[in-house]
Ligand binder design. Sequence first.
Ligand code: SAH
Length: 239
Amino acid sequence: MQRTVATFRRGDLFRIEGEELKHIFARRWKVGQKVEVFWEGRLFLCVLESISKKGAVCRILEEISTRPAEPYVYLYQCVPVEIGKMDFIVEKVSEVGAYQLTPLLSSRSFQNLQALEKRYERWRRIAFSSFKQCGRPIPLEIAPVTHLEDLKCRGGVCMVLDSFGGEIWLSEVNLKDVKEVHLVVGPEGGFSEKEVQLLREKGFLPVRLRPYTLRSETAAVLAVGLVMNFSSPPSPTSS
Ligand code: SAH
């Protein structure tokens, strides 16, 4: 189902203008077509009633549930030294179904906090356009930058992806009926031994992915995708 974002609402009508209207023209939407309209954090199934160069009008048919697919995957991603790689990570983990992404600082990650904070707007934009493209019920949340030492295992299954010390394969972790999974992924240079030890003490289980050593961004996308597909089935997200 195609998606757009409303410019404003009056009763059960939405009006779409500006950039979103341009996209609607580019995608050749037709009057009578059913579409999804995002408005103030809520999603609506609508029908396109009219379209002109000035704006498109959609009528609400029903509100759509925005309950995210379970389990809720919280990804703590050590920020790659090549910070541009975060763009890829944001887009891809959004598609494969992560619920929240926390950029993490570790000894071998990108270090410049100010430069990181300047990226947030860009990451939120990427997350939002992925949300429109992939059909997830709410955009990927991007949480504030956190230091590895401040991480906590907040219940559910907590794991650290560790290509050396990983004690078990991810495929061996029991993910049946889990509601929350917390996943920590290292930067290009990996974690220091001390960091893995610290995470272990905090309750994060060191796990490995088969069969080879992956790039940080590949490990993040693969691990989130595996967790989403080998745990409880995702809840229905849209009508
Ligand atoms: N050269 C690094 C490898 C880092 S790969 C090193 O010496 O440790 C970057 C990150 O991706 C790792 O810290 C880990 O979190 C994850 N990763 C990559 N391949 C993995 C694998 N096969 N199993 C588990 N985690 C992996």
